[in-house]
Design a protein around this ligand. Structure first.
Ligand code: ATP
Length: 230
């Protein structure tokens, strides 16, 4: 099946082709149409060969209803089935502890060609928290950062990020060149859906139809996930 980018760049010979890979991390507890629409729009807008949804191991402090990592992963797999540009990267769930993003990037980078482009997709809130991340100053050695910004958002970055933005931001996301090193913004209106809302609906016995793909709904029902304890 042709990817988003392959359809537009079919004439490129294999020798010339530089792959453009995006990564969108999340707990996906469960994956929903907000994640999927956003991922698809980014992939198409950026002409990515592949945008990987990367389920995170759940940090121990999260007090959400527990579904097994295998279930979160299975639902993401169901959700992207047959979608050309979207795929799933399970590496963080295959480790026995939560991973730092820098380690995940190093691991992905080791599997790519030197000139392949890697884009880490982050919401504005996550981006603003970057200075608290483990070895955050090394992130741009491995990837570009694509910040998803709401058109109506306040765009004042925290002080710690001002210098980085001044040095590394590229106003046109499509113009980010090379394998890594730039930051750019994509303006996107998110659908008003959250996994929290979905868990709450299910816990109160309500339907989440049309908030998740039908295959995810079928999985939730078959495995009786997110139900309130009797
Ligand atoms: P929760 O309600 O459990 O906090 P969530 O719905 O925000 O979950 P996450 O798995 O935490 O989902 O999010 C993964 C990524 O998807 C994050 O970058 C988050 O900003 C983004 N995201 C979440 N909801 C939406 C949405 N409705 N539209 C676009 N992106 C979203």
């Amino acid at each position: 099946m042709a990817s988003c980018a392959a359809r537009g760049r079919a004439e490129l010979s294999k020798a010339q082709a530089v792959r453009r890979i995006g990564i969108l991390g999340g707990t996906f507890d469960p994956v929903h149409i907000g994640h999927l629409r956003s991922a698809l729009e980014v992939a198409e807008f950026m002409g990515l060969d592949e945008l990987r949804l990367l389920p995170n191991a759940r940090p121990p402090h999260r007090d959400t209803p527990q579904v097994a990592a295998e279930d979160r992963l299975a639902m993401v797999r169901e959700a992207v089935q047959g979608v050309a540009c979207l795929s799933v990267d399970a590496r963080e769930l295959e480790r026995d502890k939560p991973s730092y993003t820098i380690e995940t990037l190093e691991s992905i980078r080791a599997e790519l060609a030197d000139n392949d482009q890697l884009f880490l997709v982050l919401g504005w809130d996550a981006f603003c928290g970057l200075p608290t991340w483990h070895r955050w100053e090394e992130l741009l050695q491995h990837c570009h950062i694509l910040v998803l910004q709401r058109p109506d958002a306040d765009v004042e970055p925290p002080d710690e990020l001002r210098n980085l933005l001044a040095a590394r931001s590229e106003s046109d996301p499509a113009a980010m060149s090379g394998p890594a090193g730039n930051i750019s913004f994509v303006w996107q209106t998110p659908l008003a859906v959250s996994a929290t809302q979905i868990r709450q609906l299910l816990a109160s016995g309500k339907s989440v139809r049309f908030l998740v793909p039908d295959a995810v709904l079928a999985y939730i029902e078959a495995h009786e996930l997110y139900r309130a304890p009797n």
